[in-house]
Design a protein around this ligand. Structure first.
Ligand code: M6R
Length: 616
């Protein structure tokens, strides 16, 4: 978590760094800081540092207008606290005792307590509670005129996973950075370089990007870049051009990123289908690292993921088991990684992670890979850690997602899983060719179906319902079959951006406990889309209404029956039952969004959360 950025070049770093931090704020926003290398009164250089508690607006206020001093380079940080409370002292950048070395870091230095004690034993006085502060002190102690060399010496002393950027006041045209299992990319511009946690930080300035391997050290100046391996040997690597549109990091007229991203779902689905679904209905999934014969031999699939990606995996299970008849185990990655792993050769393990950086998902993928399973990363981010740790990759093409609450990446993940399920179904002869062609047509139709829905009055109707219920203290979500993961996702969306407690249950489980929560007027959101369990769901609706609950049903457009059973209806476009998670989740995303809006909350930056969870 945390966003870091450094700039060295011929332009003034101040605004470039503040701008970049704005685009990294989704990674953490409890405090922020900026250090600029400026001239001092004696003709030398010093760091001018500003650190504030709160989101970036506070830093912008505190940093004030440019003081006129030409800064040679700069570093910035936006924090999601792990070690040390949210205070100004704990905000980055951190400096060495003589303030000549300044560091911004993302990640965790796991052995920092021992390093801190050793440094304290040598007389170093710490000014923060963070793990990161050991870095400037260690680097200052190893510094003998070559910052890259000092960093290379310090790296083996560090445990954990991290990425950091460092500058030394005696080397006014140089930034040095290193990473281990945390993201760090270099942006290569004309006479300038950026080093940042993620590409959006500098996407407006350059699309030429260079990635770093674990334990490499990169040194950048205005005009040059050198990469060193752990032994000091030089590595040569050319930057690649990213295709993301710089506008994707803007709100483009929407009030929030979340709403913009909800509305981008048709194009996310369309792009994820892309050229993979051919006009004749055949599907080409390259990059999996398995040829058709090997795919046809897959006997078990394990899906590991966290949060919203886990919910996509749950939907994927229904599709794969129904269309391909392959058993699927879906598990939360933070549990999977510590269980006795029984995956092995012949098994396919899918790590579903939009960011490709979620620590638990990466760990679960590693465990399975060590056991000999074939591991595929299902991710939205090219070059992310998951793509490097896997045997193959299946990309969603949802474009950059900035809102902390995942929306378009979720539906894109489900679409990618649908393509995989259909491919497996064909290869295993578990589905007829006519059936497969029908499904392929339905998948192709989906982006337009959602586009029509989002352009209709339905989203406004969802808003009206949300405003009638936004003050309720608790929501129960119920569904059956594919409606279950939709409930899980809808409930997660509501709780994470509105802070209203929610429970999501398979409707059949309700009688085994959750029904006790209901009282007169309790709102119960029921996913009651058309399908073979519709009547069962209606029975569950009767049961909750008999206890005085008010039912907000998500129902299929055109369903005549639901009105007689529900107090409110959120309509979802009509698609085949197994594909309904792709449409039924959208009114629930909108419902959560509208409730949070009615409560006046910041949906793009919900409290305590960060977009990318790179810590365990
Ligand atoms: O990047 P990932 O897909 O691995 O992220 C996993 C979760 O942290 C993420 O889905 C989280 O639950 C969402 N932000 C919730 O909206």
């Amino acid at each position: 978590m945390c966003g870091i950025i450094g700039y060295v070049g011929t332009r003034s770093p101040r605004s470039l760094i503040l701008d970049g931090l704005g685009r990294l704020e989704y990674r953490g926003y409890d405090s922020a800081g900026l250090a600029l290398l400026v001239g001092d009164d004696n003709g030398g250089r010093r760091f001018a540092t500003t650190r504030t508690v709160g989101n970036l607006e506070r830093l912008l206020e505190a940093a004030g207008a440019d003081d006129g001093a030409h800064a040679a380079l700069g570093l910035g940080h936006t924090r999601w606290a792990t070690h040390g409370r949210v205070t100004q002292e704990n905000a980055h950048p951190h400096a060495s005792a003589d303030e000549r070395v300044v560091v911004v870091m993302n990640g965790i230095i796991e052995n920092y307590q021992r390093l801190r004690s050793e440094l304290q034993g040598q007389g170093v006085v710490f000014r923060s509670e963070t793990d990161a502060e050991v870095l400037p002190h260690l680097i200052a102690r190893h510094y003998q005129g070559d910052l890259a060399e000092a960093v290379r010496e310090v790296l083996p002393l560090l445990g954990g996973h991290f990425a950091f950027v460092v500058a030394h006041a005696d080397e006014p045209e140089r930034l040095v950075a290193a990473r281990r299992e945390c993201p760090l990319v270099v942006g290569v511009g004309e006479g300038e370089h950026f080093v940042a946690s993620a590409i959006p930080a500098f996407l407006r300035e350059t699309r030429e990007v260079m990635t770093l391997e674990d334990d490499e050290v990169v040194s950048v100046t205005s005009h040059g870049m050198q990469i060193f391996d752990a032994h000091g040997g030089r590595s040569e690597r050319a930057p690649h051009t990213v295709e993301w549109d710089a506008d994707s990091a803007e709100k483009s007229g929407y009030p929030t990123f979340m709403l913009k991203e909800i509305h981008e779902q048709p194009s996310a689905l369309w792009d994820t289908l892309g050229d993979r679904l051919r006009p004749d209905g055949s599907i080409e999934l390259d990059g999996l690292g398995l040829d058709e014969a090997a795919l046809a031999r897959v006997e078990r699939i394990h899906i590991v993921a966290c949060g919203t990606s886990y919910h996509a995996g749950l939907v994927g299970r229904y599709l794969i088991e129904d269309w391909a008849r392959v058993p699927v185990n879906v598990e939360v990655a933070s549990e999977y990684r510590y269980r006795t792993c029984l995956a092995g050769p012949g098994d396919l393990v899918l790590g579903v992670t939009q960011s490709g950086e979620t620590a638990d998902t990466l760990a679960a993928m590693r465990v399975a890979r060590e056991r000999g399973a074939h591991v595929v990363a299902l991710t939205n981010v090219m070059g992310s850690q998951a793509t490097r740790d896997a045997d193959g990759v299946l990309y969603t093409r949802a474009g950059l997602e900035i809102g902390v609450a995942a929306t378009k990446t979720h539906t894109a993940q489900v679409m990618a899983l649908a393509l995989l399920a259909l491919t497996l179904g064909r290869l295993k002869w578990a589905i007829t060719e006519a059936g497969a062609l029908d499904l392929a047509d339905e998948l192709r139709r989906l982006p337009e179906v959602l586009e029509t829905y989002l352009a209709s009055s339905a989203p406004d109707d969802v808003g009206a319902v949300a405003r009638r219920y936004h003050d309720r203290p608790f929501f129960l979500y119920l569904g059956r079959h594919v409606g279950v993961p939709v409930c899980f996702e809808g409930a997660l969306k509501l709780k994470e951006i509105s802070y209203i407690p929610t429970e999501a249950y398979p409707a059949g489980e309700m009688k085994h406990g959750p029904i006790a929560l209901l009282e007169e007027g309790s709102p119960v959101v029921v996913v009651a889309t058309d399908g073979h369990v519709f009547d069962k769901v209606i029975s569950n609706i009767q049961e909750v209404r008999a206890r005085g609950a008010r039912v907000i049903a998500v129902a299929t457009e055109g369903n005549q029956e639901i009105a007689g059973h529900a107090d409110e209806v959120l309509w979802a476009p009509r698609v085949p039952a197994l594909l309904s998670p792709l449409t039924a989740v959208v009114p629930l995303q909108l419902f959560a969004y509208e409730v949070a809006q009615a409560l006046g909350l910041n949906v793009d930056q919900p409290r305590n959360l960060a977009k990318t969870v790179t810590v365990e």
